[in-house]
Design a protein around this ligand. Structure first.
Ligand code: GLA
Length: 718
């Protein structure tokens, strides 16, 4: 009889000796008794399957949920709140990320029983739990006794108690406290069948400029450069007599400085957050079932770049971000690009750990989303690869800094108007779960970014209107208009699966990066480098080859000069005609087989009739360089010519304006999520008969979509 799970075998001598030693110190009379106990244990906790798989089979694969703060309410109220959640088809809550003072009222005195009761009660309502470690808001007793754990801002002011994010992310002492509370939670809930995952802290945001962090930065530089000579060389510190004779002369930059210093500081900040996080991952993993995922919720509306999201999400099991519209209404291109960006952090489906139930409280004008807009927002997330969407928050605390934030339930405990819309979403998620389970967006095209390039341009924009996200969206929108799934990934990521890769503003191209991109091209990839590409090396120093740096040779051309534009300039060529604005680079060809696809017209006297876009076949692929930010129409033509040149296939086909098409698939079938973001009802003709998942499940060949309407359509197995 097999007593251990498949593949797990105890090699007799070692295991028995160990078991015998263990059983004796655990008071078992005979080693075999202990083996029996171990075997039973292995059965209870099988090896990790897919994440978010709690023990409750009634919970759907596609989760809708909310942030819930039981510590803020009388326990007698919990059941009613959970019942209202269940009625709204919510199946997951996140608890605890701000509950330190309730979990550990004084140092080393823990009270986790209330959380245990909350988890059990949620279980009764078929609601699974993600536990947040409360390290974004340390309790008063901790910072009062250990003020050095409070962060110091760039002006040298030590933070105070009374809000959140007051901790010092680099403080080793603070990390010890974080590890202790995380360990306590993991000991209690690491094997809890109703706990499906962990969120480390909350939206890593503020750095610290205290002396200890500064010396950590100096040590970080010492480890990287080994010698001051190397640092002085790579940062060109002879400039303005910046030369460093001692490591502790190097400042923690807060308002500008040497580009080499600034870039390394950002990298240090990323490493410091990663270490802050790793301490808690280690504390949790010691006790947590591998079935339970560990993540963190990325704030800053996804695009913020205070730290490198690829680096921070790498050690996590799952990426998650907080998707807010804030002021105004859903910007489809920006919001869906952020989902694709988040999916690219770990190349897998992700969670929307927080999104707004109607309105927020932190925007200049906290208008509410329109009826139906929250519905469209939720399905847009799923269409782009989210497997869970959670609202912030279930109910606003009666006091505190977020009384005005949107919520599902009011201070009296009864639902707000938005509750019904969210209940509708919950019911749809349940109905679509089977079709969507295990599927994910798969892209033929990618847009690549790096934090080095983003930081390098942010440090020296040279044109205050050069918004890197808007430039990126200039490529993203036409790709989405073609109905294509788009991956937004790091330029360091494997690229071979993509037919064409667009690299807007890839400012920092080192020799290694160039080799990686060249290998992609030679094996058949099509690369389109955008403006400002390849200006800098890994030290944020100018590439001596000029742009695009180490890729000048394979491109057979280069940037002779770049211009920040204060007025639009005409551009035209085989692809089409239009204008360039913000930024234009005067290109030149340096190889006979390098083609000129676009030229500037009469403009600032320097650009007149000069190449604006060049292209060259290299190996089995092609490299293109577009040196200007083009108007949307011409950009649409540039992108269309690149995708057709690279042999990109249509995914769905033509749809009416304002209809967004998202595709998720697995080995057997494809599911399309269609969303009408327009103000009028439209009818969508389908490329083939598809099963209408949200309706009666029958096969249809066209579908009416009301404003904010959603269709989930499943193709017959392929
Ligand atoms: C962030 C935080 C939440 C809450 C919401 C408000 O995303 O993570 O705690 O403050 O914003 O929108």
């Amino acid at each position: 009889m097999r007593i251990l799970p498949k593949g797990k075998r105890l090699r007799a001598p070692v295991a028995i000796r160990r078991a015998r030693r263990l059983s004796l110190c655990l008071g078992f009379s005979h080693a075999s008794h202990l083996v029996l106990v171990l075997a039973a244990f292995a059965f209870i906790c099988p090896s990790p399957a897919v994440f978010a798989a709690g023990s409750d089979a009634t919970v759907p694969a596609l989760l809708l949920g909310a942030a819930w703060y039981p510590e803020q309410w009388p326990e007698s109220r919990w059941d009613a709140d959970l019942q209202l959640m269940q009625d709204a088809h919510l199946h997951v809550v996140r608890i605890g990320e701000f509950a330190w003072s309730t979990l550990e009222p004084s140092q080393g005195r823990y009270d986790l029983d209330w959380l245990e009761r909350a988890v059990r009660l949620a279980e009764k309502h078929h609601i699974q739990v993600v536990i947040g470690t409360p390290t974004d808001a340390p309790p008063a007793w901790l910072t009062a006794a250990h003020p050095e754990t409070l962060r110091v801002d760039a002006m040298g002011r030590r933070a105070k108690h009374g809000s959140r994010r007051q901790f010092d992310y680099a403080s080793l002492e603070y990390r010890a406290f974080c590890a202790a509370i995380a360990e306590q939670l993991a000991r209690q809930f690491g094997r809890d069948p109703n706990v499906i995952g962990w969120q480390i802290g909350n939206e890593y945001t503020e750095e610290s400029f205290d002396p200890d962090t500064r010396s950590q930065f100096d040590n970080w530089l010492k480890r990287k450069y080994k010698s001051l000579d190397a640092l002085n060389r790579d940062w060109s510190t002879a400039y303005w007599s910046q030369t460093y004779d001692r490591w502790d002369e190097i400042p923690l930059p807060s308002d500008g400085g040497n580009p080499g210093l600034l870039l390394d500081h950002r990298r240090f900040v990323s490493d410091t957050w990663r270490d802050f996080q790793q301490v808690q991952i280690d504390a949790i993993r010691k006790f947590a079932d591998p079935r339970q995922f560990i993540t963190t919720n990325v704030g800053g509306l996804g695009w913020s770049d205070n730290w490198d999201h690829y680096e921070i999400t790498q050690p996590l099991n799952l990426a998650a971000w907080d998707d807010y519209v804030g002021e105004g209404h859903l910007n489809v291109a920006r919001n869906s690009a952020m989902h694709d960006f988040a999916r690219g952090w770990k190349h897998q489906n992700f969670w929307v750990m927080e999104t707004q139930p109607g309105s927020v409280n932190w925007a200049p004008i906290n208008n509410s989303l329109d009826p139906g807009e929250t519905h469209a927002l939720a399905w847009e997330a799923v269409g782009h690869g989210a497997d869970a969407v959670l609202y912030w928050q279930w109910r606003d605390a009666l006091n505190g800094q977020e009384q005005y934030h949107g919520a599902l339930v009011g201070p009296d405990g009864t639902p707000f108007p938005i509750y019904d819309e969210i209940r509708g979403i919950g019911s749809e998620f349940e109905r679509a779960s089977v079709a969507l389970k295990g599927t994910q967006p798969v892209a033929q095209v990618a847009i690549v970014v790096t934090y080095d390039s983003r930081w390098a341009i942010d440090f020296q924009p040279h044109n205050k209107n050069y918004d890197q996200l808007e430039v990126l969206l200039g490529y993203y929108r036409p790709l989405r208009e073609q109905g294509l799934t788009v991956d937004i990934v790091s330029a360091n990521a494997p690229l071979d699966s993509y037919k064409v890769v667009f690299a807007p503003s890839l400012n920092v191209i080192s020799a290694d990066m160039a080799a990686h991109l060249l290998a992609y091209i030679q094996q058949g990839g099509h690369l389109v480098l955008g403006p400002r590409s390849g200006m800098k090396d890994e030290h944020n120093s100018l590439n001596v080859e000029r742009q695009p740096g180490p890729l000048v040779e394979p491109l057979g051309g280069r940037v002779d000069q770049y211009y920040a534009l204060d007025s639009d300039v005409p551009v035209g060529g085989t692809i089409g005609t239009g204008t360039a604005s913000l930024w234009a680079e005067q290109l030149s060809t340096r190889a006979p087989d390098t083609e000129v696809l676009l030229r500037y017209g009469k403009s600032n006297g320097w650009l007149d009739d000069e190449p604006a876009m060049i292209s060259r076949r290299v190996g089995n692929g092609r490299i293109n360089y577009l040196g200007a930010v083009l108007d949307p129409d011409l950009m649409r033509k540039v992108v269309a010519s690149a995708t057709s040149d690279a042999g990109v296939n249509q995914e769905f086909g033509a749809v009416p304006q304002n209809v967004e098409v998202c595709r998720r698939l697995d080995a057997n079938h494809t599911v399309f999520v269609l969303i009408n973001h327009g103000p009028v009802e439209v009818n969508v003709a389908l490329p083939s008969a598809m099963r209408d998942v949200l309706d009666d499940g029958s096969f249809i060949s066209n579908r009416d979509l009301p404003p904010q309407g959603v269709a989930v359509l499943e193709t017959a197995a392929h």
